[in-house]
Design a protein around this ligand. Structure first.
Ligand code: ATP
Length: 200
């Protein structure tokens, strides 16, 4: 199956773009959502988190103790790297399982991941898309969507790789600046992927 990775900075609109691909019949694997789910359901991952960060990582009814874990990893790069080293391979496994459900009636799939390049997950894809938007627009979108301050959004942005760095690794680009038509850009790429996937 031909696999397309899609990423973009916070508020760039990557999920919005994925929804358009879904309308075109392309299945989308939302890596960040799956990561949250499997932190509860993947026995290997749950065991890894518990042994690395302690039993306090989960409540007695099996819920993730977000506050406790965030307290450990939020300001400590080494601890964050440890968590990522547990979560990323588990997401890769989940992606492989998810992919296996599709037959040849599906031309290609999309994998949406905020950390597509940082987690090396782009290496499991055949090509990649970077969604970009002007910083002011990204800020305003996330402040509105999540009801948070500009400083809170900036703190999240600072933790991500810059668009310039991501652009060096991306194969395709979608500009979501609310001037250029998103639908036209998605349709153009879709057409291109259909052709490439046919010869895959
Ligand atoms: P995150 O990394 O935070 O999950 P994202 O890149 O997936 O963000 P979206 O959730 O798709 O971004 O978009 C952020 C917000 O901006 C959403 O509320 C979405 O509805 C809005 N938005 C995105 N693109 C557009 C657009 N072209 N026009 C209007 N609103 C938009």
């Amino acid at each position: 199956m031909y696999k397309v990775g899609i990423t973009g900075g916070i508020g760039s609109g990557k999920t919005t773009v994925c929804k358009i691909f879904e309308v075109l019949g392309i299945p989308v694997f939302y890596a960040d959502i799956v990561a949250k789910q499997i932190m509860l359901s993947d026995p290997l991952l749950v065991a890894g988190i518990t042994s690395t960060f302690g039993k306090e990582s989960y409540s007695t009814d099996g819920k993730l103790n977000n506050k406790y874990l965030a307290g450990i990893v939020f300001s400590n790069e080494a601890q964050l790297a440890k968590l990522n080293a547990l979560v990323h391979p588990a997401v890769f496994r989940a992606f492989e399982n998810w992919e296996n459900q599709f037959d040849s009636t599906i031309p290609y799939t999309l994998k949406e991941a905020a950390l597509l390049f940082e987690s090396n997950s782009y290496k499991m894809c055949d090509t990649s898309i970077l969604v970009t938007a002007p910083i002011d627009l990204k800020l305003a979108r996330v402040m509105q969507r999540d009801q948070v301050s500009a400083d809170q959004v900036k703190a999240r942005m600072d933790k991500q790789m810059s668009d310039e760095e991501k652009a060096k690794m991306a194969d395709h680009f979608i500009v979501n600046d609310e001037n250029s038509s998103l639908i036209e850009q998605v349709l153009a790429l879709h057409k291109q992927f259909l052709l490439t996937a046919k010869e895959y």
